[in-house]
Write a protein that binds this ligand. Sequence first.
Ligand SMILES: Cc1cc2nc3c(=O)[nH]c(=O)nc-3n(C[C@H](O)[C@H](O)[C@H](O)COP(=O)(O)O)c2cc1C
Length: 284
Amino acid sequence: MSLSYNYNYPGIDDLIKKAKAKIPKFAFEYLDGGCNEDINLYKNTQELRAVELKPYYLRKHIEAKLDTSLFGHVYDAPFGISPIGLQGLVWPNAPEILAKAACKHNIPFILSTVSTSNIEKISSLTEGRAWFQLYHPAENEIRDKIIKRLQDVACPVLVILSDVPTFGYRPRDIRNGLAMPPRMTLKNILQIMGRPEWALKTLYHGQPSFQTMKPYMPKDLNMKQLGQFMNKTFSGRLNEEKIAAIRDQWKGKLVIKGIASEEDTEMAIKLGLDGIIVSNHGGV
Ligand SMILES: Cc1cc2nc3c(=O)[nH]c(=O)nc-3n(C[C@H](O)[C@H](O)[C@H](O)COP(=O)(O)O)c2cc1C
């Protein structure tokens, strides 16, 4: 068995340290922070750490393999990159960088509805393999247009999100001026000045914006109007009827993300969904 080590970043802690040094505090904390007092964020980690693998040393040895067959594709690992909104704020061009890396390493990449790249670009960068996560918009017409774009690029998997019925309460974002509507403070400007590579790259790539949603947004919104638009557009929540309508239209694999109860799991199976991602949303 051959092992290759990453000597620069042997542990996740090393990567976190590096990210903190390169990303302005408000953007780093957007990604790193959870809701309220981060309780669920720690709970998630603790629960994963509590998983114990029990080895049976004396049985016949079977070589361990990570590759996993899912929805007709063999991935190199049983995990992928989950959808994150506003990725371009964390690092300029982040969705494109992550999508390409996921494609190269043959793991799933899920583009968020509110990421800073669009369906068409990410699909072409990943040879049509990227998955897409849909926040159900209040207007069915926007949903249908998004689904049509996904069919046009032959997206293989649509992930619909069953979400809490409000924006998460994220104290760090509020402190950092990132709660909707965002506001740029002197503190943010000083943080940007302390991270010149992030600043120059952001200048080069342009201010991050919701690229997939762009065709449905009025032009030249100020920050307050943007907040109101996002609030209104994503006040639509999933329910049985909406899922059934999507199932009728969508010919690819349909996965639901965020299910947290047995009742909802049963409903998802009844509605003909192909998979469930059990995860909570941003540490809510
Ligand atoms: C900053 C941030 C933004 C997120 N944006 C989205 C999103 O746009 N769509 C989505 O389905 N999930 C979103 N999530 C949730 C993640 O996809 C993931 O389900 C959650 O972080 C739980 O996984 P973790 O315990 O590995 O963090 C976001 C999470 C964070 C921290």
